[in-house]
Write a protein that binds this ligand. Structure first.
Ligand SMILES: *[C@@H]1O[C@H](CO)[C@@H](O)[C@H](O)[C@H]1NC(C)=O
Ligand SMILES: *[C@@H]1O[C@H](CO)[C@@H](O)[C@H](O)[C@H]1NC(C)=O
Ligand SMILES: *[C@@H]1O[C@H](CO)[C@@H](O)[C@H](O)[C@H]1NC(C)=O
Ligand SMILES: *[C@@H]1O[C@H](CO)[C@@H](O)[C@H](O)[C@H]1NC(C)=O
Ligand SMILES: *[C@@H]1O[C@H](CO)[C@@H](O)[C@H](O)[C@H]1NC(C)=O
Ligand SMILES: *[C@@H]1O[C@H](CO)[C@@H](O)[C@H](O)[C@H]1NC(C)=O
Ligand SMILES: *[C@@H]1O[C@H](CO)[C@@H](O)[C@H](O)[C@H]1NC(C)=O
Ligand SMILES: *[C@@H]1O[C@H](CO)[C@@H](O)[C@H](O)[C@H]1NC(C)=O
Ligand SMILES: *[C@@H]1O[C@H](CO)[C@@H](O)[C@H](O)[C@H]1NC(C)=O
Ligand SMILES: *[C@@H]1O[C@H](CO)[C@@H](O)[C@H](O)[C@H]1NC(C)=O
Ligand SMILES: *[C@@H]1O[C@H](CO)[C@@H](O)[C@H](O)[C@H]1NC(C)=O
Length: 644
């Protein structure tokens, strides 16, 4: 399974207005899943577009580092593509769903703004006697009424008998069965298809609600039960026991499909297709040396919508990034006030980085929702200032809460590691992992072009001047940094990679302190396991090099809870690779894919304990697994505030 795949392709069709199922939902905010599907499934497959799509995916995969590794670990993507090419589909959306399910993480521009909701997010809670039980989250009604005020009446009315109008009383109920089966049947079915994290336990956790720290505040994550990527399910039946009740009751709740507020207006099938599903300039790359296009591109929305990080300035995108793409954008459900963390955040807090001092006056908390924030330099400064302020207030212990942190700037991960533990052989000259890039034919040709002066402004990612060799010394502009290629046979397939690459972030643009701010034994990193990309780089180097303890909160007992997943040395989008191709005038190369959007892992990171193999496929068991209880309410947040 490919984690960061994300596709978009264009297909425009007209239907007569009289029977146009998209016209039927135009202008509405909420519709039934059936109505949404009638529109989404109404477009036939265009065979030329389908062929072009498959060609594009196939050629773009040549830049993705782990295709051959995946064959053993998860999925043979090339075999999937061959199967999909040979299959005929009733509709374009059926084709999309097959790609989506095959690739797990593959998501496209189609109808991506319609997801389906239930007002009852779930939580897996542990009782005082240690037993675990799925519950409707105690905060469910509070969240649903704040987020879906215009749908609450619909759900109230849909409840039967004495429960009609009693949605609030469901909050905190035990969920004994979902659709007649043990809830873990649904949890595990979702874990099979939700993609994202390697660890099954982490994918199980995705079913349940959690929280995240965004740029503007705390958000609630509904979880895969209460928020479906696609409106494919009409309703769910739950067998429940409400709090303080001995009665076992049945409830059936319909999903409601919401046409998101960021959706461009459509009136019928044609405008739906044109406005929502077509590739636009920004979903393609551009020739960097064509300034007009560059400006146009900067002003348009892009795949960035699905990155699990705040929206960034185009300018700051020059910093190498390692961020997870997901099928849904980062949550925008606000956390109600009563669920916010109690201590007041320190003034040094900035955006996704919030600092708290606990009431013991010796434990500081850094809640870090992302490794990206709008202003790279301000973010760097805030991390240093906030930690120094905690220290000056007497903190000698630090909790770093990286719950739902999907990654971000690689150099912020290195910076945080370096300032926390000080200068050591594990932080200087490099506080990250050694990496390599895939050295496919087209990639090698791009570097050849650059060697011959094809990138005078030194802006391209394939420019040797961006990289250092494994002795941490810079490559000259003339050196072909992908060669001599390292030729490997992976799962029986021949593959070629660049030689090992070294330090990339230092010297930092700010001077780090001469001594570490906290002793590694006094630092813990906690999360719900959903810590990806740059968050993984940070957590793994802190755990494996510095011995920092890791904690996962929640999750099924006895399942191995991993403190991170989705490692990668650097991730990028096809858009960025397309920019490299166009800027070096190689768009007509036989290996160059047509215009498209696809997220890829561009550099692979080598392991710490097993440096010969990518860190990606190694286990990362957490040192501790703390249970969530009824008292912890929003998963984890109050736990992290009370750990001593
Ligand atoms: C993908 O490309 C390879 C050659 O690069 C080719 O052998 C294979 O048939 C292609 N697969 C599909 C599904 O087009
Ligand atoms: C359940 O009963 C306890 C004790 O009477 C009470 O404190 C609590 O508020 C009740 N919970 C609900 C959801 O009614
Ligand atoms: C959609 O149309 C409404 C009014 O018809 C308008 O207020 C809104 O700004 C439009 N949205 C977009 C994204 O164009
Ligand atoms: C969209 O993709 C098609 C097919 O690859 C391409 O011909 C077209 O130029 C693209 N449109 C835009 C606006 O980039
Ligand atoms: C933090 O900022 C607030 C508002 O600007 C200010 O009132 C307060 O004194 C500041 N606190 C500290 C400790 O500087
Ligand atoms: C922590 O510091 C505050 C303010 O200085 C003080 O009121 C409180 O008693 C201290 N708490 C402990 C546990 O020392
Ligand atoms: C980013 O932050 C730095 C440091 O605070 C500041 O000097 C700079 O002006 C900021 N940049 C922008 C674009 O706001
Ligand atoms: C760092 O130095 C220690 C001893 O000082 C050594 O054991 C360790 O292997 C070194 N680590 C690296 C990554 O060089
Ligand atoms: C790195 O580059 C320097 C300078 O060109 C060179 O002396 C050194 O041998 C290189 N190291 C490796 C491992 O290639
Ligand atoms: C790797 O393979 C390429 C192309 O097949 C070849 O030119 C190169 O010499 C090989 N490299 C090594 C180190 O064997
Ligand atoms: C690509 O097109 C350019 C002209 O636009 C031509 O000079 C070049 O030879 C072509 N390259 C390939 C690989 O066909």
């Amino acid at each position: 399974m490919l984690y960061r795949l994300f596709i978009s392709w264009s297909l425009v069709f007209g239907l007569s207005a009289a029977q146009d199922p998209c016209a039927a939902i135009a202008g509405k905010k909420w519709v039934s899943p059936q109505e949404a599907r009638a529109c989404m499934f109404s477009f036939p497959v265009d065979q030329d577009r389908k062929s072009s799509l498959i060609e594009t995916v196939n050629k773009t995969l040549a830049f993705h580092t782990s295709v051959n590794y995946q064959k053993y670990v998860h999925e043979d993507i090339h075999a999937d593509l061959a199967r999909i090419r040979a299959t005929s589909y009733h509709s374009d959306f059926d084709l999309h769903l097959d790609l989506y399910n095959s690739f797990r993480r593959l998501n496209d521009g189609h109808c991506r703004f319609i997801s389906a909701y239930l007002p009852t997010p779930l939580a897996l809670l542990t009782a005082e006697d240690g037993t675990q039980q799925v519950h409707i989250a105690p905060e469910a009604f509070s969240i649903a009424s704040a987020e879906f005020p215009d749908q609450i009446e619909f759900w109230q009315a849909s409840l039967d008998g004495n429960l009609k109008g009693q949605l609030a009383s469901l909050s905190g109920a035990k969920v004994l069965l979902i659709n007649g089966h043990n809830p873990f049947v649904a949890v595990n079915q979702n874990a099979e298809i939700t993609g994202g994290y390697q660890a099954f336990s982490t994918r199980q956790n995705s079913f349940f609600s959690s929280y995240s720290r965004g740029a503007k505040g705390w958000s609630y994550v509904m979880g895969n039960f209460a928020q479906l990527v696609h409106p494919l399910t009409d309703s769910v039946q739950m067998t429940i026991q409400r709090p303080n009740s001995s009665t076992v009751e049945q409830v059936t709740l319909p999903y409601r499909a919401r046409i998101g507020s960021t959706v461009r207006n459509f009136t019928d099938s044609e405008s739906y297709r044109t406005n929502m599903c077509r590739n636009v300039t920004a979903t393609n790359g551009f020739n960097f040396y064509d300034l007009l296009t560059q400006q146009e591109t900067a002003s348009l929305p892009s795949a960035a919508y699905f990155e699990q990080q705040p929206m960034l300035d185009h300018e700051d995108r020059k910093h190498p990034m390692n961020v997870m793409l997901d099928a849904l954008p980062l949550t925008d459900v606000e956390l109600p006030e009563e669920l916010l963390p109690l201590p007041i955040a320190l003034n040094q807090s900035y955006s996704v980085a919030q600092f708290y001092m606990l009431s013991d006056n010796i434990t500081g908390v850094l809640a870090l929702g992302s490794f990206s924030a709008a202003n790279f330099t301000a973010f760097m400064g805030s991390l240093l200032d906030g930690l120094q302020e905690l220290k000056s207030q007497g903190a000698s212990r630090l909790i770093v809460d990286v719950t739902n942190n999907g990654g971000g700037y690689i150099c912020i991960a290195h910076w945080l590691h370096r300032i926390l533990v000080g200068p050591k052989n594990t932080t200087e000259p490099q506080a990250g992992l050694y990496t390599c890039a895939r050295a496919g034919t087209l990639a090698q040709t791009i570097v050849e072009k650059i060697n011959k002066g094809g990138d005078p402004e030194e802006v391209l990612s394939y420019n040797p001047s961006q990289w250092r060799n494994s002795s941490n010394l810079p490559f000259s502009v003339q050196s072909h940094w992908l060669r001599p290629t390292v030729n490997l046979t992976i799962n029986g397939h021949e593959d070629a990679f660049s030689p090992r690459l070294g330090a990339e972030c230092q010297p930092f643009e700010m001077t780090p302190p001469e001594e570490g701010l906290f002793e590694p034994e006094n630092i813990v990193i906690i999360s719900n396991g959903r810590c990806a990309s740059s968050c993984s780089l940070f957590s793994i180097t802190m755990a494996k090099h510095e011995g920092v303890k890791t904690v996962v909160i929640g999750g099924q007992q006895n399942a191995m809870q991993q403190y991170c997943g989705i490692v990668g040395g650097q991730s990028t989008h096809f858009t960025e690779i397309d920019t490299e191709i166009k800027s070096t005038h190689l768009k007509n190369h036989t290996h160059a894919p047509p215009d498209f959007v696809l997220g890829i892992t561009w550099r692979l990171a080598f392991g710490i304990h097993n440096p010969a193999e990518p860190e990606e496929w190694q286990d990362h068991p957490a040192d501790f697994n703390l249970p969530l209880t009824l008292k912890t309410q929003v998963p984890g947040l109050s736990v992290s505030m009370s750990i001593i």
